[in-house]
Design a protein around this ligand. Structure first.
Ligand SMILES: Nc1ncnc2c1ncn2[C@@H]1O[C@H](COP(=O)(O)OP(=O)(O)OP(=O)(O)O)[C@@H](O)[C@H]1O
Length: 246
């Protein structure tokens, strides 16, 4: 289970996260939606210990990331599918992590199978991978330690429609096994289809949260709800900056 309690973060005087509260329960997929620059990646980076909150706390199973006893076995993280050494093969990338974390080597093949990368693809250098293949490798990396919690920044980016359907099935299956899945996305239709819970952020503030079914029922559609909330934020930001809102 993931919680943010009043997390605030400022960069160079700009409030990027403003007292953010968020709850992603176990056994469910939670979609984290918001426009470019809304603060999604910053929130996820704070959650996995790559940035520090100025105030408030983000926890995984009740503990901040830095206090987890076995972080890699607790939380699988995919923040940037391109952050992989291009000269290594997919297998080498996963094998190095297995060695570093003391995981059994069989996890390499198991993880490749889970994400649908063939043995042949696993032996290719990452520099020859498409973005979709890099996303799959990044997911394999996140799944290596069989973690209870998955934190994924834009995992559907670069996946074709078949890949998106496959990803939805994989993540729903992970949630059905009791795992906590938190993913950010820009792809409203995909997330609406995939996520049990939604959290919408704009301008560093949580604008809405709830079950996907409740939000869709209350607002007509997730897309209508999303645009009503985030168009308003854009206009407010434009007015605040002294820009002319369109
Ligand atoms: N390390 C940093 N230093 C300074 N500013 C930063 C830093 N990281 C993020 N920001 C700023 O924080 C704001 C939120 O960025 P963030 O990447 O969290 O948004 P996002 O919702 O993930 O956007 P996107 O959908 O485009 O990935 C932006 O204005 C960004 O420029």
């Amino acid at each position: 289970m993931i919680r943010f309690d009043s997390v605030t973060k400022t960069y160079h005087g700009q409030v990027v996260l403003d007292a953010v509260d968020l709850h992603a329960p176990a056994g469910a997929v939670t979609g984290f939606l918001g426009p470019n620059g809304a603060g999604k990646s910053t929130a996820l980076r704070i959650l996995v210990g790559l940035a520090r909150a100025d105030h408030g706390q983000a926890t995984i199973g009740g503990r901040p990331y830095r206090l987890l006893e076995r972080p890699a076995a607790t939380v699988g993280v995919l923040l940037d599918a391109n952050a992989v050494h291009p000269g290594r093969t997919g297998r080498e990338t996963l094998t190095l992590t297995c060695l570093a974390l003391g995981l059994p080597r069989r996890r390499v093949d198991e993880a490749l199978d889970l994400v649908g990368l063939s043995r042949r693809e696993g032996r290719r250098r990452v520099q020859g991978y498409s973005l979709g293949m890099r996303q799959r490798l990044g997911l394999a990396h996140a799944l290596l330690g069989e973690p209870d919690v998955l934190v994924l920044d834009e995992p559907a980016n670069g996946l074709d429609p078949q890949g998106q359907r496959w990803l939805a099935e994989l993540l729903r299956d992970q949630a059905a096994q009791g795992r906590t899945v938190l993913l950010s996305s820009h792809q409203l239709a995909e997330v609406e289809h995939l996520a049990d819970h939604l959290v919408i952020i704009g301008g560093g503030q949580i604008l809405s949260s709830g079950t996907t079914a409740d939000l869709a029922a209350a607002h007509g559609s997730i897309a209508d709800h999303y645009f009503a909330l985030t168009d308003g934020v854009d206009r407010a930001a434009a007015a605040h900056d002294g820009r002319t809102a369109a």
